[in-house]
Design a protein around this ligand. Structure first.
Ligand code: ARG
Length: 393
């Protein structure tokens, strides 16, 4: 990814939103958990947990505070992301003397958790079981993502004829069984140029290190899964340079056990979908080519504005490429673009319930980062029906 853009200080975002939305979540389910001090608490939205809410608002946030917040994260909670194991503790070993009001209204839970069935015959998760926000990106804005940011990012691993392994395209985890990627990452020239797709890597941050740590926060070891089935969109034609329907699903074997660093992204389901407007900022993430390296070792992110579709169609028509409505253009500013190796990865935005939704799949461009040439992405909302019909438990 080429970029120098710095936007999206989520710390400020979190702090301002905290004030305005705390009242919105009324229905909470009680899920018991242990906090980092091994005290029993309830896994709920941080917005409903006064003790930890006060910690996240501290400025600056010490690395111990951050560490405590990160270690307090839990999954299974119902309500706005992120979820924490809420007790009265505000830090490691700190016992508050004044008891706090109970942060939850107990109601029976219907939430079966991120590794269990996802309800109503729908295999795709919806918030809060997908698209969690990062705690740590408060300090890491700019190009590198935070350690716990976009934790659905997948890296695809290929083997060439000589047996050499290479990491190339990106992808995104959409539930505990499937990764969404681009069709051109699976069939066509990629077979000659990179090799055969064999494995999916999840939970990765810095490909040059075995254990990834930032300021004493470390993620868990990566996990790798073999691909049980590759499903390319039936209308994708690898020989067509329009790259229409550039989308594919990878079924993992065995399914992945989700953790803090491996969680699915939300997809724009009919119930959570919002229109995408020209000029709106979306975020693309990947380990692809940067201005200085053929590949980035650290997961990158970049904000891109959605481009007017007709303008983008006219631009690509000058290269005899015909774009349709189910493609989405974003970027077109000098040096701000996705690039080789980012293909298959997600173009995202924060949407309904403050969760992250995948709106695009990195498909192609005219070289990378050329002024006036946006990148082309597969418009995910147009393929949600196909995804739902295709995936199975
Ligand atoms: N086609 C390239 C790939 O397979 C890059 C895709 C994005 N290109 C762009 N200029 N936005 O990795």
């Amino acid at each position: 990814m080429k970029s120098t853009l710095r936007i999206g200080d989520f710390g400020v975002f979190l702090a301002t939103c905290l004030l305005s939305f705390t009242v919105l979540e009324t229905v909470q389910a009680q899920q018991s958990c242990r906090n980092p001090n091994q005290n029993r608490g309830t896994c709920i939205s941080i917005y409903d947990c006064p003790s930890l809410f006060s910690v996240v608002q501290k400025n600056p946030l010490s690395s111990e505070d951050r560490n405590f917040l990160v270690s307090s994260k839990c999954i299974n909670g119902v309500g706005r992301q992120p979820h924490v194991c809420c007790t009265n503790d505000r830090g490691f070993g700190v016992q508050e003397s004044t008891p706090q009001p109970s942060p939850v209204t107990p109601t029976p839970t219907r939430n079966s958790g991120p590794n269990g069935p996802q309800g109503q015959g729908n295999l795709l998760p919806s918030p809060p079981n997908c698209g969690p926000n990062s705690f740590m990106n408060k300090i890491y804005n700019g190009n590198d993502t935070a350690l716990d940011e976009f934790v659905w990012m997948a890296l695809l691993e290929y083997v060439d004829r000589t047996g050499r392994r290479e990491l190339s395209c990106g992808g995104s985890l959409i539930n505990n069984r499937y990764v969404l990627t681009a069709a051109h990452c699976v069939i066509g020239e990629v077979l000659k140029e990179v090799g055969r797709l064999t494995t999916v890597r999840l939970g990765e941050y810095d490909t040059s290190k075995d254990l990834d740590c930032i300021d004493n926060n470390c993620n868990q070891p990566i996990i790798e899964r073999s691909i049980e089935e590759t499903i390319v969109h039936p209308e994708y034609d690898p020989l067509n340079k329009d790259r229409t329907h550039d989308i594919a699903l990878l079924r993992l074997d065995p399914p992945v056990l989700l953790n803090e660093y491996i969680q699915p992204v939300c997809l724009p389901l009919v119930s959570t979908r919002q229109a995408i407007n020209t000029g709106e900022l979306l975020v693309v993430s990947g380990w692809g080519r940067t201005t200085t390296a053929r590949k980035s070792t650290i997961k990158q992110k970049l904000n891109l504005a959605v481009t007017d579709h007709a303008t983008c169609q006219r631009k690509f028509a000058t290269r005899n490429i015909k774009l349709i409505e189910s493609q989405l253009c974003a970027g077109g500013e000098y040096y701000k673009d996705s690039c080789d190796g980012d293909s298959g990865g997600p173009l995202m935005r924060e949407g309904f319930n403050n969760a992250w939704y995948q709106e695009g799949v990195v498909s192609f461009g005219n070289r990378c980062g050329l002024e006036g040439w946006p990148g082309v992405y597969t418009r995910v909302s147009d393929y949600v029906d196909w995804i739902q019909e295709t995936i199975r438990p």
